[in-house]
Design a protein around this ligand. Structure first.
Ligand SMILES: [Zn+2]
Length: 443
């Protein structure tokens, strides 16, 4: 708790304040003050009301928490939502997604798809997301204009992709974008080798060296399915994670997405290297990819964050719903009802995401000095009553339609469920038009 002479820009007085750090705490009758985009005060309501503030807002029936952090996705793929469902991963990728991407993905597609994803995420309580898609410069521009926060991973594959004719060109563009946005307050550029089966050793080696030089993170799909691991072992005798370890990629800067296949050796390697895992339960369920043993990883001390994956494989960017699925699935996989309790699930969707991205000193919890990235959930509806533990209610009984207000770096981007900087009807019309063009319908 701090109090200085300069007035607060905004004082919020919610029914419950859940800081996430310290863990498991729910503060009642407390206020949170913002100054210059940062949290300047957290303390009892009486003390809060004695402070000068330019604006004071009562948030009755609302729970104020750190904004949700969606640690893995492919934002612009929201324009492919529902295009090819109920198919196995490789058929889905090779027969549907990759051909559609070759035909349709250009800068306009990425701009419109990313804007749609940003709007959907803001309305769902997400203040920061991780993106891995083509034309990352365009996605960065969308994030910049929207006021949201994001990690943008530069996609790198051994073959040509929209916007980059080779892996070398993608890497070069990535280094340039990293330099351009090094000091951006809300955008972090990372390197995104797609997966072990689409990037060769030589390119991974280049990425490792560059990431070390720039102190940049690496974001990669790893062990998404059992067949990915089996095929690699068949062809090379080595599991993909072991290969990444041998090449020196694993470490606190490395974000391993999916990890549904984890052997004892894999677990030891993850612990020893302090690698973060991004869990995407609904994408794994829908593509029948397997199960990430979240509770086991958590108990081993591994940082586990959560992501929705792209809307083409999920099919929504609903991180609150995803977190509920994760909490349920963790119990089934561990065979224990105590696995991933509601408070830890919320931590996974906030502070653990920040840690995975190397942003834990900036976001992920409500603490004085951190950026004011926050969401107010309205728990006053009948489906939330009665309330014994508001965090339990949030995770197990609340949908994203209860997201009421949202701030990023102290700027309100959602006010009473309305986007403050984006035009929702225009976004809907644009998505409908893309759907018409892609499906070839002219009605
Ligand atoms: Zn993905």
């Amino acid at each position: 708790m701090t109090a200085t002479a300069a007035p607060l820009d905004l004082l919020l007085l919610p029914s419950w304040l859940v800081p996430v750090e310290p863990a498991g705490v729910v503060l009642k009758a407390h206020g949170l003050g913002i100054r210059d985009g940062r949290i300047a005060f957290i303390g009892p309501r009486e003390a809060a009301l004695k402070l000068a503030s330019k604006e004071t807002r009562e948030l009755p029936g609302m729970l104020l928490s750190p904004g949700l952090i969606n640690a893995h996705g492919h934002a612009a793929m929201s324009l492919f939502r529902g295009m090819a469902d109920d198919l196995p991963l490789m058929t889905w990728l090779e027969k549907h997604i990759w051909p559609a991407e070759a035909k349709w993905v250009d800068e306009a597609f990425v701009r419109d798809g990313t804007d749609l994803a940003i709007a959907e995420q803001l309305k769902g309580g997400i203040t920061c997301f991780s993106d891995m898609y083509f034309f990352p410069k365009v996605a960065s521009d969308c994030v910049h204009n929207s006021g949201m926060r994001a990690q943008i991973a530069i996609p790198i594959l051994d073959f040509p992709i929209p916007g980059a004719a080779s892996a070398d060109e993608a890497i070069r563009q990535g280094i340039e974008l990293f330099g351009d946005l090094k000091h951006h307050p809300r955008i972090k550029i990372t390197f995104g080798p797609h997966a072990p089966y689409t990037v060769c050793d030589a390119n991974l080696e280049k990425i490792r060296i560059i990431a070390e030089e720039l102190d940049a993170s690496i974001h990669m799909h790893v062990h998404e399915t059992a067949s990915e691991v089996l095929q690699a072992v068949d062809q090379t005798g080595e599991r993909p994670l072991a290969r990444l370890g041998r090449l020196g990629l694993l470490g606190p800067r490395f974000q391993a997405v999916h990890m549904t296949q984890i052997s004892e050796d894999d677990l030891a390697l993850l612990v020893e290297s302090n690698t973060s895992i991004i869990h995407c339960p609904e994408s794994n369920l829908k593509l029948a990819s397997g199960f990430c043993p979240v509770e086991r990883l958590w108990q081993a001390g591994i940082n586990v964050a959560i992501g929705t994956d792209g809307a083409a494989s999920n099919n929504d960017l609903d991180l609150l719903g995803e977190t509920r699925t994760a909490a349920m699935l963790a119990k089934a996989v561990a065979g224990s009802a105590t696995a991933l309790d509601a408070h830890r699930a919320l931590r996974m969707a906030t502070l653990n995401g920040a840690r995975a991205m190397g942003l834990e000193s900036e976001i992920g919890s409500l603490e004085v000095g951190k950026a004011a990235d926050m969401v107010a959930f309205d728990l006053s509806g009948l489906a939330q009553q009665p309330i014994y533990d508001p965090v339990s209610q949030l995770i197990y009984a609340t949908g994203r339609d209860c997201v009421k207000h949202l701030w990023v770096a102290g700027k309100q981007l959602l006010d009473d469920r309305r986007l403050t900087r984006m035009n929702e009807p225009e976004l809907v019309a644009s998505a409908i038009e893309w759907g018409r063009r892609i499906s070839g319908r002219h009605e």
